[in-house]
Design a protein around this ligand. Structure first.
Ligand code: CA
Length: 329
């Protein structure tokens, strides 16, 4: 028998109007014997209609999503809504509070912890609640990401190539409506345990972003996030009004050759900036060893022609780090 989730919501997902509350997860610890993790949630509902589940802070060091979603929760008027909007601006709330990618409680990476367990770690209990309680309520699932502390991206909205072409078509239409400067048909290097995969396997329309990175946000990327999420809600007919369309450039990630990884530690020198064109064979980055002078840098070369869509952000790099992602226009 499957155990019930330990999480109790303080909101009623079927009630009309605006509710601000919490997903309360009991978490007994040294500083709070009968304490809880209080994950903020907002429900805006106005009668029958499609339901959107909007999330940020899946990784705790990415800020465009939380900035856009706390704002949306504060401002969305139910009279402009037909259906339901469920907003969880900081999904991995312990990680978000710590400003880290993974949870400081159990080191859980929320986007590798689906479908979760009701009797697992704190992170697994949260993913289990999304898997069994929130995802089934949604027609469209929108999950904001950015690069976090260690990656930086050209701002893009994305969906995955899927076996069900109907489901895929709806997702790419929502990506187009989002109107980020770039739109990506995305390939995952590590899809097991992802929220994306959980939603798609349930037949949901799943859309995501990578809007910047470096463990912060920029004025431009936050504007893109705010405009984009309203556009998607309008496109889905959940919020009144027409889509504020901006031109977007479509990018493809045709194979694992998009990615380059460091094979040694060192100091990284970017030879190409984000959004710049690269030719196959060109040097994208150099890794300088720092233990002694007189060493030639290791060169990282593009395996395909395209544009630089993502790069390692910190100045130091370790063997195994993703150095760059090249995407094809
Ligand atoms: Ca992320």
């Amino acid at each position: 028998m499957v155990k019930p989730s330990p999480i109790s919501p303080t909101v009623d997902f079927d009630r009309n109007g605006v509710q601000h509350g919490f997903l309360r997860l009991p978490y007994s610890r040294d500083d709070s014997a009968w304490g809880s993790v209080m994950i903020p949630v907002c429900v805006v509902r106005n009668g029958q209609g499609p339901a959107a589940l909007l999330t940020g802070g899946n990784h705790g060091d990415e800020y465009e999503g939380p900035l856009a979603l706390y704002d949306l929760a504060r401002t969305l008027d139910p009279k402009d809504v037909s259906g339901t909007v469920i907003i969880v601006p900081a999904m991995n709330y312990p990680a978000f509070r710590a400003g880290t990618r993974t949870s400081p409680i159990d080191k859980g990476n929320m986007n590798r912890a689906f479908p979760g367990r009701p009797d697992g770690t704190v992170t697994e209990k949260i993913t289990d609640y999304f898997q069994r309680e929130l995802l089934p309520r949604a027609d469209i699932v929108f999950d904001f990401h950015s690069g976090g502390r260690t990656l930086d991206f050209v701002p893009f909205c994305a969906a995955h190539i899927l076996p069900d072409k109907g489901q895929e078509g709806k997702a790419f239409a929502a990506v187009e409506a989002f109107s980020a400067p770039f739109s990506v048909k995305m390939l995952e290097i590590d899809a097991v345990g992802m929220y994306d995969t959980a939603a798609e396997e349930m037949g949901k329309v799943f859309v995501t972003t990578e809007l910047g990175g470096g463990g912060t946000s920029r004025a431009e990327t936050v504007r893109i996030a705010r405009r984009g999420i309203m556009n998607v809600l309008r496109h889905e007919g959940i919020v009144k009004g027409s889509v504020d369309k901006h031109s977007t450039r479509w990018l493809d990630m045709p194979s694992g050759d998009c990615f380059a990884f460091a094979e040694e530690d060192g100091m990284i020198e970017t030879m190409v900036d984000l959004g710049e064109a690269v030719e196959a064979g060109a040097v994208i980055a150099r890794i300088h060893s720092t233990g002694r002078t007189g060493q030639a840098p290791q060169e990282i070369r593009a395996k395909m022609s395209g544009l630089l869509a993502a790069r390692h952000f910190p100045g130091l790099v370790k063997a195994g780090d993703c150095v760059s992602v090249v995407a094809v226009e």
